[in-house]
Ligand binder design. Structure first.
Ligand SMILES: C[S@@+](CC[C@H](N)C(=O)[O-])C[C@H]1O[C@@H](n2cnc3c(N)ncnc32)[C@H](O)[C@@H]1O
Length: 235
């Protein structure tokens, strides 16, 4: 665990190893329109600078259990899970603007009131949440950073796991899924080593029906890469 993870005043220069690839992407007309119209109502900016406290009850306009979806990609999982789970609120966080815009479009089309979308580094967002604020954290198909010299960029690593766990309510779940076998093993080692987490299944978890199939999973299965779920609970 690093001091940075628990010190909201830590300077931003100590948080410069990012877990995402900088990338551009073209937005469709529909996505541009969704972003322009819906961002003021559903969007949350995560600034690069000092950590900003996030008030979840203000954000959602109610007090309900909150699921944090880290790296929501195009938003298909978030939108489907939120639609099937109206008693919990879903906070998605992503850096890729076309994905954010796509999720906003899905939120409007689905008439979903329990989704908000944050733009910026998930770890900075999490630092701004109070301890025990989250019912669940989902990390589905995080970038695998396969080269050894890039492993420091992986989102599932001890200091990040300690940070995520601290924001879970006792009994809350940290659910990861990956199609990268070596990362799955590394995740298991890291999650097993965290003293505040318990493996809910005593090994890799069976694929839960509530996790929607996204293009990452379809692509992996077509390429013959099995998908692994890991589900841990905060003690
Ligand atoms: C491989 S994609 C998976 C997307 C989605 N979870 C799915 O299953 O379809 C990983 C995503 O995580 C995002 N990401 C990685 N690190 C992040 C971070 N620290 N904060 C926000 N988004 C992040 C990337 O931009 C990328 O869109």
């Amino acid at each position: 665990m690093t001091a940075t993870d628990h010190d909201p005043a830590a300077p931003p220069e100590s948080r410069t190893i990012r877990t995402f690839h900088p990338r551009r992407g073209r937005m469709s007309g529909r996505q541009t329109d969704a972003l322009d119209r819906l961002w003021p109502a559903y969007g949350v900016d995560v600034p690069d600078g000092p950590v900003q406290p996030v008030e979840l009850a203000d954000l959602f306009g109610r007090r309900a259990p909150v699921v944090l979806e880290i790296g929501s990609g195009m938003g298909d999982s978030t939108a489907a899970m939120a639609a099937a789970d109206p008693d919990r609120d879903y906070l998605a966080v992503e850096v890729h603007t076309p994905g954010i815009a796509n999720l906003l479009d899905l939120v409007e089309r689905g008439g979903l009131n329990n989704v908000r979308v944050a733009r910026g580094d998930a770890l900075d967002l999490v630092r701004g949440l109070p301890e025990g604020a989250l019912d669940a954290v989902h990390v589905f198909f995080p970038d695998p950073w396969p080269k050894a010299r890039h492993h420091k960029r992986r989102i599932i690593q001890p200091s990040h796991v300690a940070l995520l766990r601290s924001r879970l309510t006792p009994g809350g779940t940290l659910h990861c899924a990956t199609d990268w076998a070596e990362y799955a093993e590394a995740m298991r080692e890291t999650l097993d080593a965290d003293p505040g987490l318990v493996d809910a299944y005593g090994g890799f978890a069976p694929r839960p029906a509530h996790r929607p199939v996204t293009k990452f999973e379809r692509r992996a299965l077509t390429a013959g890469r099995p998908v692994t779920d890991l589900i841990y609970r905060r003690r």
